[in-house]
Design a protein around this ligand. Sequence first.
Ligand code: ADP
Ligand code: MG
Length: 692
Amino acid sequence: MNFKDYDIGELKGVGPAMREKLARLGLESWQDVLFHLPHRYEDRTRVVRIGDLVPGESGLVLGTVEHCEITFGKRRALVCRISDGSGFLDLRFFYFSKAQKDKLARGRQILCYGDISSGRSYHSMIHPEVKYVSAHQPVPVDDRLTPIYPVTEGVKQFTLRKLTDQVLAKLKRGQLKELLPESIKSQHQMADLADALFFVHRPPPGVDLNQMYSGQHPAKQRLALEELFAYNLSMLKLRSKIVREPAQPLEPSVDLTRQLLETLPFELTGAQQKVIGEIQEDLKEPHPMLRLVQGDVGSGKTLVAAMAALQAIEQGYQVALMAPTEILAEQHWNNFSGWFEKLNIQCGFLVSKLKAAEKRQMLEQIASGDAQMVIGTHALFQDGVNFHNLVLVIVDEQHRFGVHQRMALKEKSKSTGFAPHQLIMTATPIPRTLAMTAYADLDTSIIDELPPGRKPVQTVVLPDSRREQVVQRVADVCRTQGVQAYWVCTLIEESEELQCQAAEESARQLQEAIPDIRVGLVHGKMKPFDKQAVMDDFKAGNIDLLVATTVIEVGVDVPNASLMVIENPERLGLAQLHQLRGRVGRGHLESHCVLLYHPPLSQNGQTRLETMRATNDGFKIAEKDLEIRGPGEVLGTRQTGLIQFKIADVIRDRMLLPDISKAAKVLYKEDPVMSDELIERWLGRREVYGQV
Ligand code: ADP
Ligand code: MG
């Protein structure tokens, strides 16, 4: 039987009204009920001695009523004291009837369950569940832990227990289809799905609850494995849908790439060449490329993207590059214009803050195809932006994009009758484990080499009580001929306004403290033109110390800058700190970074700064970031709805991922029907990102 084909309305106790309420919990089929899992348990399987009760926990107690009275303290209450020879326990009821009081007569034996709190004289339970037990009868304890399910208004625990009881009864008779390939099951010595589900819904007495809650229990691991497997399959499915569509095949560029390389003052690194080669092969195909390019900060991803763009432009097509923020878009625009102008390629720039007239003109250039390389933000993919013949979309991501963006991408190449090739670059490295899950639909290229001459930056972590010394050091550095420094002011309470003020103040103070050097200031509130003027001055060496907000996180490239001081680095995330620090260490000089924090540091803050001090490796930093913040924060999936697992946890279960990734590829190819069933079972009607 297939649990998903049976409507929840066919279970006892579910009328039309209840059916609607259950639907609000996402429960519509028997399968949904089966996969609606408890988030905690209560233990009524064993009696605890009163003397062993621990406040803050709950427990089942068997005792004899000592006395029972109504008290008139702050609130009128029925207080019943019971004992079991090991101690006394007070039961308190604020709502009670006369009958209740009469039943709790001295000498009566009762079984009660509730949360234990510490009282003035004895521990107590407020409004416990009470059962009257006769002395001759065996104590009626449960034989399974009591599951507590996520519920919604109008749906009680009791209801869900009844429903799961009914569905589990069917399960026991071995009617749930096993979908996971035997190979991966035996590889990890996993139980059958039915056994695991039964265990999680109705754990036996004595189960290690900590292990259950942390997800380390084999039954939970079995479910996590299957869930991750299903998720991986759904990504592969998304991928295969996209890559089946026709795309414009593109011959490798010959002239333009040669011309660009001739203008560059350096050679491509081996890693860049390798990745460019991979992209070149993809673009030749009559199906969309889906490729992720990863590389550490400064590894030269932008140039790789530019080379990819040339392959389309040389054949007379348009390319779009979407950046996550306006600042980043501007930065890319500067880079691309710098490179492409010399090749007579026209670059367009589209962000939402453009003036109406500018925007209109830009839209015309995009529609006519005059703008061959179009750079912008999300604004690129809004209605009213019509491309002439877009064939390649480059996305510079901070976070994983959701379904809507992907849909929009496809729309924009409609005029060509083809789906666009997609090149995804990540602003910072993504931990391997996350990439394997969240980016399972993409081929991956890694630029695993930095341009020659980059030197690892020495990082020190200092409290701001040492500020004067640090200023002295800045002075020494800046007084050295041909050496420059950054002083970075971080965000205060998410207010750009305040951040800019802080930067202005710091600039003033530093100029006062070191009058003989030239201090410049750049922040986000400045007009683009003024900003550019300051940046140009810094680049030209007319400014010794550049005081800046985190706007310089992107796009500053000054090889003579060999010192960076970051004020209040504890306010920033690891990825951002790593990006910032990547601005130094680009020349032949030994470079340093001072993280000038404001004590006291939180545990997290301490870990972050220590990580920065210990390594320059962006991939290691990303792994640490993942550990500290979790996948939702690292990928920004809170917003996109990606990876909201029922049971799995990408960090905890990361050991499983490589095998899952391998096995999923095999199953997807060999048994698409089974794959679909697995996806349906775990992701069901939940709108997964990327259902194209
Ligand atoms: P990221 O990977 O962080 O985006 P960028 O693409 O911004 O890195 O490149 C960082 C800097 O390195 C840029 O100034 C770029 O021009 C330069 N660069 C790129 N490739 C090379 C190379 N092969 N040799 C030397 N410098 C390079
Ligand atoms: Mg970059």
